[in-house]
Design a protein around this ligand. Structure first.
Ligand code: MG
Length: 166
C-alpha cells in the first residue's frame, strides 16, 4: 500500500517540525552557553540530536513506503531567553505543540486507513509522553529552587550527565 499524497505531505511537514525543534534546542544550547551553564547546554545539545534523529525516522519511513521526501525551509528560532526557567518553559510548550502535531498525524493516518503509519506513530506517541515529562520535571525543579545560586549549579551538574537515548 503506497502512501497517499495527503499523508506524504503531512509526514514531510513533520520532518520540518522535527528539524525546527532541533534548531530551537540548538539555539537554547547556545543561550545556556552564554550563561556558562554547560550542563544545561549539554542537555539541549542532546535534545537537538534527538530531534534530528526523529526527523530521520520520518525520512526513512517515507522512503520505506516508496514516497518522496521533500526537505522544507525552517524559520530562525528565538535566540534570546529570560532565564533557564524561561528556556525550559518554552521547551515544554514546544513539546506540547509537537504532541498535538503527532496526534493530528495519527488522526489523519486513521482516517486514511494507513495502518503502517499508525504503527510507526505509536513510537512517537510514547516518546512525546517522555518528552513532556522530562521538560516538566526540569521546569518544576527550577521553580521549586528559584533557579538561582547553588541550586542552579547543582541542577547544571545533573543535566551535564544526560546521555542520548534515541
Ligand atoms: Mg521530536
Amino acid at each position: 500500500m503506497t502512501l497517499s499524497q495527503t499523508l506524504q505531505d503531512a509526514l514531510n511537514d513533520q520532518i520540518k517540525y522535527e528539524l525546527a525543534s532541533a534548531h530551537l534546542y540548538l539555539s537554547m544550547a547556545a543561550y545556556c552557553e552564554t550563561l556558562n551553564l554547560s550542563g544545561f547546554a549539554h542537555w539541549m545539545r542532546v535534545q537537538y540530536q534527538e530531534e534530528a534523529a526523529h526527523a530521520m525516522k520520518f525520512f526513512e519511513f517515507i522512503n520505506d513506503r516508496g514516497g518522496r521526501v521533500i526537505i522544507q525551509g525552517i524559520a530562525q528560532p528565538p535566540t534570546d531567553f529570560d532565564s533557564p526557567l524561561d528556556v525550559f518553559q518554552k521547551a515544554l510548550e514546544n513539546e506540547q505543540a509537537v504532541t498535538a502535531l503527532i496526534n493530528r498525524l495519527y488522526e489523519l493516518a486513521t482516517r486514511e486507513n494507513d495502518y503502517p503509519t499508525q504503527v510507526m506513530l505509536h513510537w512517537f506517541i510514547e516518546e512525546q509522553v517522555e518528552e513532556e515529562k522530562s521538560a516538566t520535571e526540569i521546569v518544576e525543579l527550577l521553580k521549586m529552587t528559584g533557579g538561582q545560586g547553588a541550586a542552579l549549579i547543582m541542577l547544571d551538574r545533573q543535566l551535564a550527565v544526560r546521555r542520548g537515548e534515541h
